[in-house]
Design a protein around this ligand. Structure first.
Ligand SMILES: Cc1cc2nc3c(=O)[nH]c(=O)nc-3n(C[C@H](O)[C@H](O)[C@H](O)COP(=O)(O)OP(=O)(O)OC[C@H]3O[C@@H](n4cnc5c(N)ncnc54)[C@H](O)[C@@H]3O)c2cc1C
Length: 387
């Protein structure tokens, strides 16, 4: 670790929690928390260009990674730091996101940050998802950087409240009063869109950011639900993936899909995606529940994360899942959205990568693959389609 420069060189097989525990004990953090945090590694994060839920403040993995060493079949590659090499295209960025198809990352030099002194959480309820999107756009375009911004659409909000453990005693009384108060104001958690905010840093920065962000939300008609609901969201943030297997045992398929797009494209893209999923489900005779949230918010746009649930037809599981998943990907591409931002290309999206990059773009990357891995032994079929 070079604490003066705030960088650390790390062997990338380390698991998320192990890495954070090591850094936290010394007063530092990487600040990278994908939902797969408990069971994923630094190498996997870099290889899939992943993004965590605190990326508004700490950045996505490609902005935290300052240097890499990679063992490829053609030899070792070590990128230079930005200080040593500020000219020409970035070799580093060609290796980030390469999903083990070019080589194995054996060391990563990462930007680290001082552990926050304060972490405040807040939940706001908007009348509609569209109101929340407008507020979030104003927040990120005002250069405010709450660590976490997660906006749930109306359906996702309804599910969040439905599945939340009911509070008892005094807490329960507070919740009942709160929901009465909401209905007096003509609002309801049954119809609104929930925004979860996390603020991290020193006391002064947190206070100033929080005040400013809450004022923007209120300008867009949001109702302040306080800290409690946001704490519950943070406490349970790694839990929903565990539902998948349990639901399958009960005859329900559950999967996720992500797309990223610009603010101007977002509202229509959201509607088209929801419609495409419902239509695809109808075509296979299933009813579908589509839950969407907005995250990874940037000045120019954001990521839409979709979770869909549909009943399983025995022996048709894979066909139906593929039909629904394909509808989501094609809709997203037609609408100018990114495919699978942050979750990797793997085998599943390799076909669409070619389409997205165009022939010349794809061939440019393929020539890198051929130079570094001439016998195609590194994750064949991932990222790059079989020849
Ligand atoms: C439940 C769930 C939730 C998720 N949530 C998120 C999320 O919030 N944000 C997000 O961005 N992604 C998410 N993902 C996707 C994925 O888990 C992450 O992208 C994660 O970074 C993968 O890390 P891993 O260590 O599990 O890698 P693996 O799944 O083991 O590997 C992923 C790819 O990277 C390659 N790889 C791994 N290590 C190296 C290395 N050292 N050198 C070269 N290649 C390597 C592998 O060969 C493979 O192709 C989620 C996945 C699941 C299953």
């Amino acid at each position: 670790m070079d604490e003066l420069a705030q960088v650390a060189s790390i062997e990338p097989g380390i698991w998320g929690p192990e890495l954070e525990n090591y850094l936290n004990a010394r007063g530092w953090t990487l600040g990278h928390f994908p939902q797969s945090f408990e069971f994923s590694t630094l190498g996997g994060w870099i290889a899939t260009r992943s993004a965590g839920f605190a990326s508004t403040k700490y950045g996505t993995i490609e902005t935290m990674t300052l240097g890499l060493r990679m063992a490829t079949p053609a030899g070792m590659i070590e990128t230079q730091s930005a200080q040593e090499n500020s000219v020409g295209p970035s070799l580093l960025q060609l290796l980030i996101g390469s999903e083990g198809a070019l080589g194995v990352i054996t060391r990563a030099t990462m930007r680290i940050r001082a552990l926050s002194k304060i972490a405040n959480y807040r939940a706001m309820l908007f009348g509609t998802f569209a109101d929340g999107v407008a507020a979030v756009r104003d927040i990120v375009q005002s250069d405010l950087a709450p660590a976490t911004i997660q906006l749930l659409d109306e359906e996702d909000t309804r599910c969040f409240f439905a599945f939340r453990k009911q509070a008892r005693g005094l807490q329960g009384l507070v919740e009942t009063t709160e929901s009465r108060m909401l209905s007096t104001l003509g609002k309801s958690i049954e119809q609104g869109a929930l925004l979860i905010l996390g603020f991290e840093g020193d006391a002064y920065t947190v206070k100033v950011t929080e005040n400013h962000v809450l004022a923007i939300c209120q300008d867009h008609g949001a109702f302040d639900l306080g800290a409690r609901i946001a704490h519950a969201w943070f406490r349970d943030r790694f839990e929903s993936p565990y539902l998948r297997d349990a639901l399958m045992d009960h005859g329900v398929m559950m999967d996720t899909f992500e797309t990223a797009t610009t603010w101007g494209n977002l509202e229509l893209g959201y509607q088209k995606l929801t419609h495409a999923l419902s239509q695809a489900a109808q075509e296979v005779g299933a009813r579908i529940l589509v839950l969407t949230h907005l995250s990874q918010c940037r000045r120019e746009g954001a990521t839409l994360g979709v979770t869909f649930l549909a009943p399983i037809t025995p022996h048709q599981e894979i066909n139906h899942w593929e039909h629904i998943q394909r509808a989501a990907i094609e809709c997203s591409i037609d609408h100018g959205g990114a495919i699978a931002p942050h979750s990797g290309v793997g085998y599943e999206y390799a076909f669409w990568l070619q389409q997205k990059l165009g022939a010349l773009g794809y061939d440019t990357l393929l020539s890198l693959k051929k130079r570094l891995d001439p016998k195609n032994i590194m994750n064949p079929g991932k990222l790059f389609l079989p020849a």
